[in-house]
Design a protein around this ligand. Structure first.
Ligand code: LLP
Length: 431
């Protein structure tokens, strides 16, 4: 049985995969492969589902889309249109956010190992800064004392789909430990900061509510200490991103209603009990909003049978989708032009890079594959193209946005000139 999303943005029409009303085969021929495709309707649906789930329990809610998951300008515009705020982690993301039309006060910068010139850039841009270390705080204050400031706390409880994406706890480089948090707010208040936020982000790809709740409890207790000792109340409390999505067929989705109900009940009761002011409830999801809205189309160029394995050689590798190699991540693969054919062969799906590790999937049961078939790699809207490279001097692939049967190129395919871009020969080699 071919797995298609229960939602109608992915459809089987006569054995061909359609996304948001557009044939993937038509896209593959029109734009060539490899090709990232993003469904606008699905992005909007994901955002609205999340917002509605939260608004059922509280009206002071802000969703900061975590731009790092996918920074395409068209996507940023869609989310701005939906009323999203933005979580950014680098000056480059600030630049893109402003280009997409976000106002500086809608942008929250959460960086780590931030340089002085980057702090100066953020101050000039006027975005809200979320502080990751005492060092960063002191350096910021010597440059400029902002009106509003947030502190990222390490609540000691981390979670995530892989150890590389757990962003709290003893081994994590992120955030300020409880032992230094009071000191941080004291320095900020003493310097003249007037309005405050508090923040955590515990990790990515979390499918159960429990870790969010435990860490939120801890964050709210820390906020209470800050309130008690320094008489600071909060304009916003940000519980970070990390809301997971299922990648495997057997994985259960995060129970969104349970997340919203439990997190907001805890939030509402604690802001009252601890007298924390009237803060906004904020979260900063990336994956939840864009992951399942995107697919990567790749064409089979080789079928290689050895005495031990059947390999399918495709034109996308870890240059374009690094998650399988970097995190051992599973991405479901379907044959976009053979949805009605029985799955009867087991294949490894291999990319074109000269590394043994360039395998996108192992031991997948698929219909019999022929050269020219188009594979769709699902759940690639988040942390796909943004993590791509030109490794092996392969230009990056394009991205297309689809909506209600329409499509538009939103990112061009790179070419060989892009491989040369910025390269120079020193005088002594120019002959
Ligand atoms: N907020 C902060 C401060 C973050 O560091 C992140 C992600 C997010 C929000 C959004 O997390 P999300 O809702 O997307 O889980 N490349 C990895 C994921 C790295 C996430 C890094 N931080 C992957 O492909 O699984």
């Amino acid at each position: 049985m071919v797995f298609l999303s229960p939602h109608k943005f992915l459809e089987n029409k006569g054995g061909v995969l359609y996304i948001d009303g557009v044939s993937t085969i038509e896209l593959a021929y029109k734009f060539d492969t490899p090709l990232y495709v993003l469904s606008e309707n699905r992005v909007r649906e994901n955002f609205r589902r999340l917002r509605e789930a939260l608004l059922k329990h509280h009206d002071k809610v802000r969703i900061y889309y975590s731009a790092k998951a996918n920074t395409s300008l068209a996507l940023l515009k869609i989310l701005r249109d939906e009323g999203a705020y933005l979580d950014v982690v680098s000056p480059g993301e600030v630049f893109l956010a402003l280009k997409a039309g976000f106002q500086p006060e809608e942008i929250l910068f959460t960086g780590t190992s931030v340089r002085d010139d980057e702090l100066e850039f953020l101050v000039r841009a006027g975005v809200t800064i979320n502080i990751d270390s005492l060092s960063q705080l002191k350096r910021l204050i010597s440059i400029h004392v902002p009106e509003v400031l947030s502190i990222r706390v390490n609540p000691e409880i981390g979670a995530g789909h892989h150890k590389h994406v757990i962003t709290a706890g003893r081994d994590s480089k992120f955030g300020i430990w409880e032992t230094d948090v009071i000191r941080a707010y004291e320095i900020a208040k003493g310097a003249g900061v007037r309005r405050f936020g508090i923040h955590m982000h515990i990790g990515s790809g979390i499918l159960s509510v429990e870790p969010f709740l435990l860490a939120a409890q801890k964050l709210l207790e820390i906020a209470y200490r800050v309130r008690r000792e320094l008489e600071i109340t909060f304009e916003f409390i940000d519980f970070g991103g990390g809301l997971g999505v299922p990648y495997k067929l057997e994985e259960k989705p995060l129970n969104l209603d349970e997340y919203a109900e439990k997190m907001l009940n805890l939030f509402k009761s604690k802001i009252r009990e601890y007298d924390l002011g009237e803060p906004f409830f904020c979260i900063e999801p990336g994956r939840y909003i864009v992951c399942d809205a995107g697919i990567l189309l790749t064409r089979v160029n080789t079928v290689k049978v050895t005495p031990f394995k059947k390999f399918i050689g495709v034109d996308a590798g870890f240059n374009l989708l690094i998650r399988p190699v970097m995190y051992g991540a599973y991405h479901h693969i379907i044959v976009a032009n053979k949805l009605n054919e029985p799955e009867k062969e087991v294949y490894d799906v291999a990319g074109p890079l000269c590394e043994s590790g360039d395998i996108l999937a192992r031991d997948r049961l698929l219909p019999e594959i022929h050269e020219g078939d188009i594979l769709a790699i699902l759940n690639t809207g988040a942390y796909g193209l943004v993590m791509s490279s030109q490794y092996n001097s392969r230009p990056r692939c394009p991205e297309v946005l689809v909506k209600d049967g329409k499509y538009a190129l939103i990112r061009e395919r790179e070419n060989f000139e892009d491989l040369l871009r910025g390269q120079r020969l020193p005088e002594w080699l120019k002959h």
